[in-house]
Design a protein around this ligand. Structure first.
Ligand code: GLU
Length: 436
């Protein structure tokens, strides 16, 4: 991670309040409840559901790292391949103190669902290391990344499992992973990870892809519901890769971003924030919390400020049974993975709030990761215009499928997205049959 990015705050988590129900804090249990709900709605074969309840492969590794003071610290890391029925496993790597086995299991399951919803020929995976990158030097991060990569090299590879960036990992981390893996082979293997720098096989458009996908689904929803997106006040919670690019792209399309927050603070202006100016400010400051030209709002209050569209783009568990009733937005577009608890989902549905679920809304990132992998495998690279046009085609098609299922089956869009993905996964599993 370069020093500039390193000194920036990690993607913010809204600290769960004390009254958040215990089961709401476990992402794996949340994910399995979502699976049950959708399985029931579509009367899926019990065996198909049962298989998705068990990740295919879980690898736990210890990652010894020589720290700058000469001591050795051993970090715990994971790589989970949840499902590979439809192709190689795919999903990011997270460096965060809150990483846990259950979190990575849930995130790998959501990757399986996400790739199926947008119909990419991939299964789902996720990885993580329990660490606080904010407290580590660049050298320590590089050594940790390289040792972690060497440990999981047993199961990753361009035909098997392709990591990518996630919370607190970036292009530099992907470059170290690609280099470490390639050194083991003796030749450059760009297809082993996506989200790389352009110079070593990255794709144009990958950096903005998740934010761009968030924009496309929101624009499609506005078209279907008949509201003017440029008149709908938007709040973006989280200012990492997803949140900052989403805010930028909405602003570029003439939309009114009234609220933004990062880990240290929130900004609000009902007349609309100057997003390019805030992005510019952020280049030279660790956080936007002290940005002088807007009202300051506490991090955990930004979600509850007046707006029409709320984009949670930080971590899981942002919207819970505690704060769901206070949300004022009419539409929630999930830029993060798992930001809304199931109890919050029910409270929001009763209030008539529409949720565009994570496995559709933030699928732009993995879609352009797929393009990057295809380009690497063919050693033939596309223009940014081509990348964005193909991304738009895939996201709009998936949105249309999900929206139509929701209308036809009279279910919310989360259940509809699960129905679409589970249908594809169920078919793949049935056609392949059971080994032996
Ligand atoms: N970490 C991102 C996600 O949660 C991207 C995964 C990828 O590109 O493989 O979708």
């Amino acid at each position: 991670m370069d020093t500039k990015t390193h000194s920036k705050p990690s993607v913010p988590a809204v600290k769960p309040a004390e009254r958040v129900e215990a089961h709401e804090e476990n992402p794996w249990r949340q994910a399995m409840e979502q699976l049950d709900r959708a399985g029931k709605a579509m009367k899926l074969e019990p065996f198909a559901l049962e298989r998705l309840r068990h990740p295919k492969r879980i690898l736990t590794v210890s990652v010894p790292v020589k720290m700058d003071d000469g001591t050795v610290k051993v970090f715990e890391g994971y790589r989970i391949q949840h499902n590979m029925d439809r192709g190689p496993a795919k999903g990011g790597i997270r460096f965060h103190p809150q990483v846990s086995l259950d979190e990575v299991k849930a995130l790998s399951f959501w990757m399986t669902m996400k790739c199926a919803v947008v119909n990419l020929p991939f299964g789902g995976a996720k990885g993580g290391v329990i660490c606080d990158p904010k407290l580590m030097s660049k050298g320590e991060l590089e050594r940790m990344t390289r040792r972690y990569t060497a440990e999981i090299s047993l199961i990753i590879g361009p035909d098997k499992d392709i990591p990518a960036p996630d919370v607190n990992t970036n292009e530099q981390v992907m470059a170290w992973m690609m280099d470490t893996y390639s050194m083991g082979l003796g030749y450059a293997c760009p297809g082993v990870v996506t989200g790389k720098p352009l110079e070593i096989g990255g794709s144009l458009g990958r950096r903005e892809a998740t934010g761009r996908g968030v924009f496309y689904v929101t624009r499609e929803l506005a078209a279907r519901r008949g509201f003017d997106l440029r008149k709908a006040p938007i709040i973006v919670q989280g200012f990492g890769n997803v949140g900052s690019n989403a805010a930028k792209i909405f602003a570029e399309h003439g939309c009114k971003v009234v609220g933004i927050s990062d880990v240290a603070g929130g900004l609000y202006d009902p007349k609309g924030l100057d997003v390019p100016d805030i992005l510019h400010y952020r280049e030279t400051h660790d956080t936007i919390a002290e940005y002088p030209k807007a009202e300051h709002v506490a991090v955990d209050k930004i979600l509850e400020m007046p707006c029409d569209i709320l984009i949670p783009a930080a971590m899981e568990g942002a919207i819970t049974n505690v704060n769901a009733a206070r949300i004022q937005a009419k539409v929630i577009v999930e830029g993060a993975n798992g930001p809304t608890s199931n109890e919050a989902d029910r409270i929001l549905a009763a209030k008539g709030v529409t949720i565009v679920p994570d496995i559709l809304a933030n699928a732009g990132g993995v879609t352009v990761s797929y393009f990057e992998w295809v380009q690497d495998m063919q050693s033939y690279f596309w223009s940014e215009k081509d990348v964005n046009a193909r991304l738009q085609d895939i996201i709009v098609a998936a949105f249309t499928d999900v929206y139509n299922i929701a209308e036809k089956e009279k279910v919310d869009m989360r259940v509809a997205a699960f129905m679409l993905g589970l249908g594809r996964l169920g078919k793949a599993a049935t056609i392949r049959g059971m080994y032996p």
